[in-house]
Design a binder for this molecule. Structure first.
Ligand code: UN1
Length: 510
């Protein structure tokens, strides 16, 4: 086997910046001996150095007319399109996502660029009537300044582009800190952005571990060089990011975990629901923030639904993500270790369905229908758990692995209560042929994103994306809604009366 590992490090103002934080080896999770990149990590002040550079570059970028910035976004989209296959193959190699999904992920960047390139001509403000004569009020969207964007690696290029594209379009500079295990994919995406015309200092790439990321972020916030934080990752780390931002009176856009429920109503099309549960529960090895967490099935259809889903899980093909598989390996060793810990939540009252084992696929615990070589990678059995109770840890916590629990309900109110019980609120789905149930579900659920007769994952790139509760602080990405993350409203009072008109004192009456 040949490896083409390169050594990469942070890029600040177009310069490969060096070290201070050791080294990270990014490996192919399907074949751990395949080193994708050796990453030189930055130290405790690398992120702050990058933020200072971003701050310097931002003023000039903000002066570029938004339609011209839109053209840079257009050429970024075209470059991503021209490199779609190569980028997708790199994503598959670095984080183990099946190639078909990786191609879909790269398409999501192109769609995001397509959406925002025109927004450069539409960064609308308003004209607002004044209380007083000979006076006009206006509003303008102004860039926030420098955005620190910290992203997970399960969507190593699409989710970052949800931040990068609108942030840049709106006239901000960015310091992007990707997940270490997705470093090479991040570098490839950043290079396309620079080639498209994003000035070097306007997009800075920082590789750092968690501790140094927080140290650098704290320093930058203290120095006043970061004005916005975008964070996609776990709820636990999101709390820390939110606290840090709050201490410095800066706002964070937090896109965190989910325990996304799927309710199967008694009138559901069960085959359709099984397909949706298989895709969103086990696809991407359950490693999406929108992955299905729990099935909440009506008692009347529970047995039949579980019977059909068990058959679908048994027949699912797992394995080499370059092949036509439902899912590949875990993202990296850390995710595999965490998931193994969560497998400990399986209790005696659960029935394990769909697989003969629950953990890693090994010679001793093989899986029929596995494509490729399981021994070299982080491959796990799909686990379907029946008999899950509302107080079980496996019902309450995100597992971020190929595990789905099933529980039952009798009334829609009970289903809604169960669906919201874990306290997340990202995505929720209901399968029903009754429009009344669909509407009541939408109105009663706490999730930010609701699907009817569709799975919990696979949100389209131009609807508001985000959640509530443990899933985030209510911020929304994507579509026009994200403009409120990367611009702030500035108002203008223009008095052409030639005299001092006093608001709240001098209101003109006719
Ligand atoms: C994530 O896992 O952080 O809705 C994002 C979806 C994808 C995005 C997932 N479009 O499943």
């Amino acid at each position: 086997m040949t490896t083409t590992a390169k050594v990469i490090s942070s890029v600040i103002d177009g310069q490969e910046a060096v070290s201070g934080g050791g080294e990270y080896v990014s490996r192919n999770p399907s074949r751990l001996d395949d080193v994708v990149a050796t990453v030189t990590l930055g130290g405790p002040s690398t992120l702050a150095d990058a933020a200072r550079s971003a701050k310097r570059a931002q003023r000039e970028w903000a002066a570029v007319p938004p339609p011209v910035r839109g053209r840079v976004i257009a050429s970024f989209g075209r470059l991503v399109e021209a490199n779609k296959q190569t980028l997708a193959e790199l994503v598959t190699r670095e984080i183990g996502k099946p190639l078909a999904e990786a191609l879909g992920e790269v398409q999501e960047i192109i769609d995001t660029a397509d959406f925002f390139l025109g927004e450069g001509r539409r960064l609308y403000g308003q004209t607002v009537p004044s209380e007083m004569p000979d006076k006009q009020l206006f509003t303008f969207r102004v860039p926030v300044g420098v955005a620190a964007v910290i992203t997970a690696g399960n969507f190593p290029v699409a989710v970052p582009s949800w931040y990068l594209v609108p942030a840049l379009l709106c006239g901000n500079a960015v310091v992007w800190k990707p997940a270490e295990y997705a470093s090479a994919s991040a570098r490839a995406l950043a290079e396309l952005a620079w080639r498209a015309g994003v000035p070097a200092g306007v997009l800075n790439l920082v590789y750092a571990d968690g501790e140094n990321t927080f140290a650098g972020l704290e320093q930058a916030l203290t120095e006043g060089t970061v004005n916005k934080i975008g964070f996609t990752g776990s709820s636990a780390v999101g709390v820390k990011v939110g606290e840090l931002a709050g201490r410095h009176l800066q706002s964070a856009c937090l896109e965190l975990g989910g325990k996304n429920p799927m309710v199967i109503a008694p009138d559901a099309d069960l085959d359709l629901a099984v397909e949706g549960a298989l895709f969103s529960g086990f696809g991407t090895a359950g490693q999406r923030c929108t992955s299905l967490g729990s099935v909440i099935a009506h008692v009347d259809v529970h047995d039949e639904f579980v019977r059909r889903l068990t058959a679908a899980v048994e027949n699912a093909v797992v394995g080499d993500p370059r092949e036509d598989v439902l899912y590949g390996p875990m993202l990296d060793q850390k995710f595999a270790d965490n998931y193994e810990r969560m497998l400990g939540w399986i209790a005696d009252h659960h029935t394990v369905l769909g697989s003969t084992a629950t953990g890693r696929i090994t010679d001793a615990a093989p899986r029929a229908g596995f494509l490729g070589d399981h021994s070299a990678g982080l491959f796990y059995h799909p686990v379907l758990l029946d008999g899950v109770r509302p107080d079980d840890q496996v019902f309450l916590e995100e597992t971020f692995g190929p595990l789905v629990g099933v529980t039952t309900y009798r009334t829609l109110d009970e289903a809604l209560e169960l669906a919201d019980r874990p306290g997340y609120g990202l995505s929720a789905s209901v399968y029903t042929t009754d429009p009344t149930t669909a509407f009541r579900f939408r109105a009663g659920i706490g999730a930010g994103m609701v699907s009817v007769n569709n799975s919990t994952s696979g949100a389209e790139a131009h609807l508001p994306f985000g959640g509530n509760g443990r899933s985030g602080n209510g911020s929304r990405q994507s579509g026009i809604w994200v403009l409120d993350q990367f611009t702030r409203w500035q108002s203008l009072n223009w008095d052409f009366s030639g005299k001092l008109q006093k608001a709240q004192m001098d209101v003109a009456t006719i």
